[in-house]
Write a protein that binds this ligand. Structure first.
Ligand code: AMP
Length: 195
């Protein structure tokens, strides 16, 4: 089972993805987490990633795809995984399609978590004070929302055309959102069956 979560920063992708990991028992592949782990390793790539992250900009596609392919090649991803924050551009979506095509694997479902912008800003500022994430400052938040609108939202149409997209109202309480996600996932795949 391969599920992609698409949503602006603060929409609850990470939170919902973690819940689904426990339910489906496939790993979460969060590019945000993998990229933050890379920062501080002292390499040229790590420096590049750090600069993009702190500016709220997207890390170059080839670098992200390199990290994702490495992770997908690990044995625990064979039966599937949940993509949290990837792909974020049309180029990344195409690179992922090519990778999965070669591996004779496919995406089962794309969940679009939708939350109004004023609510997102509220949530992100709250997260900034709790988690102390360097990219949750008010200036970076504006940039990241803009990046989502221009670079990531075209993916919704891309996956809609493939019949994979399901829109979920992410403004409701966490558990209500999760119940809907579980029902949607159950409709799209036989839970527990490796693909
Ligand atoms: P996230 O934890 O998903 O909110 O991601 C945090 C930051 O990591 C983003 O603002 C980007 O700078 C970077 N990032 C995460 N995923 C990607 C991706 N798929 N492509 C490019 N940059 C990414």
């Amino acid at each position: 089972m391969r599920v992609i979560f698409i949503g602006p920063p603060g929409a609850g992708k990470g939170t919902q993805c973690k819940k689904l990991v426990d339910w489906l028992r496939v790993p979460q592949l969060s590019t945000g987490v993998l990229l933050r782990e890379l920062v501080g390793q002292g390499t040229a790539d790590a420096k590049c990633v750090g600069e993009h992250l702190n500016a709220g900009k997207l890390v170059p596609d080839h670098l992200v795809m390199g990290i994702v392919s490495k992770r997908l090649a690990e044995p625990d991803c064979v039966a599937g995984c949940l993509f949290d924050g990837f792909p974020r551009t049309l180029v990344q979506a195409q690179l992922l399609d090519e990778y999965l095509g070669r591996a004779r694997q496919r995406i089962d479902l794309v969940l679009s978590l939708q939350v109004a912008e004023d609510k997102l800003v509220e949530r992100l500022l709250k997260r900034a004070s709790i988690e102390n994430r360097s990219d949750d400052s008010s200036q970076t938040i504006v940039e990241r929302l803009q990046v989502f609108r221009t670079q990531t939202s075209p993916l919704l149409d891309y996956y809609y055309r493939q019949g994979l997209l399901v829109v979920v109202d992410g403004e409701r309480p966490e558990m209500e959102v999760f119940e809907e996600i579980k029902q949607t996932v159950a409709l799209h795949a036989s839970v527990g069956e490796p693909r």
